[in-house]
Design a protein around this ligand. Structure first.
Ligand code: ADP
Ligand code: MG
Length: 257
């Protein structure tokens, strides 16, 4: 079953800047897909479309469906976008944690709604919610820092808290935009392994944008490469060859040097 279905997505930011020229993409339930491509190729823009945070061009013949629900069509949000937002866990480059709250509270908030409620900000949670949050933190290896302030954690740990939030939210899909950019190799491996683990054990579909092709090759089966706002490659990642990489990143790809 297709969990994400994108057809004819076109996106201009201005008359001159066209971030997505025409994108068709179908992602099946349970896949772990690497979205790769050079800087500026449209990866983040595509992720934001799937989250319902960016609208495609009006009058284009675009359509985005998540779990069978149309969330936007011809540049207009559909009412199903609320349902879909609750099914998608976002792990973005800029960590979306409330820095002065505890790690545990941040995870518990993830289970409620996208906007912290009065109840959650006062720290009123049920024993069941606390139990679930601690379980989610255990899955990402951070149970021992549950009571620390989010701001005390390292960048890599904060990314893992964002993954725990998605687990708390019972997300069906995790969209991770450059989750390992600017992290050291050890933290990068931990994040990628955590994503792979929840993909395999919980059956959560994962779409992850990566700068580093070698991480994509190690952890993902399928790669979708964007180039100038178009799908340049979409296949099992082991079919990605030197020639593909050279035309994507230039003859001396920094990721491989
Ligand atoms: P990537 O994530 O692959 O680096 P982006 O999706 O961020 O690429 O950007 C694709 C193109 O769209 C780039 O040319 C970028 O400058 C442009 N772009 C992205 N966001 C905006 C925006 N909010 N306003 C104007 N241009 C944007
Ligand atoms: Mg980006």
């Amino acid at each position: 079953m297709s969990i994400i279905e994108i057809t004819g997505v076109k996106k201009h930011f201005t008359k001159e800047v066209c971030a997505l020229k025409h994108v068709d993409l179908s992602i099946k339930q349970g896949e772990m897909v690497a979205l790769i491509g050079p800087s500026g190729s449209g990866k983040s823009t595509l992720m934001r479309h799937i989250s319902g945070l960016t609208l495609a061009d009006k009058h284009s013949d675009s359509c985005i469906k998540v779990l069978g629900n149309t969330i936007q069509q011809r540049g207009k949000l559909d009412k199903h976008v609320r349902t879909s937002r609750s099914q998608i866990g976002n792990v973005f480059q800029q960590f979306n944690l409330v820095s002065r709250l505890s790690v545990l509270t941040n995870v518990m908030i993830g289970g409620l709604s996208r906007i912290p409620t009065y109840r959650s900000l006062l720290g009123w949670f049920t024993a069941e919610e606390k139990h679930m949050a601690l379980e989610a933190l255990e899955r990402v290896g951070l149970k021992n820092v549950a009571l620390k302030r989010a701001s005390e954690l390292s960048g890599g740990q904060q990314q893992r808290v964002a993954i725990a939030r998605a687990l708390m939210q019972k997300a069906k899909v995790i969209l991770a935009d450059e989750p390992i950019a600017s992290l050291d190799p050890e933290s990068s491996r931990l994040i990628m392994q955590t994503l792979k683990d929840i993909n395999e054990k919980d059956g959560i579909t994962v779409v992850v944008t990566l700068h580093q092709v070698d991480y994509a090759q190690k952890y993902c089966e399928r790669a979708v490469a964007l180039q100038d706002g178009e799908v340049f490659f979409d296949n099992l990642i082991h079919h990605l060859n030197e020639e593909n990489l050279a035309s994507l990143y230039g003859s001396q790809p920094e990721e491989l040097s």
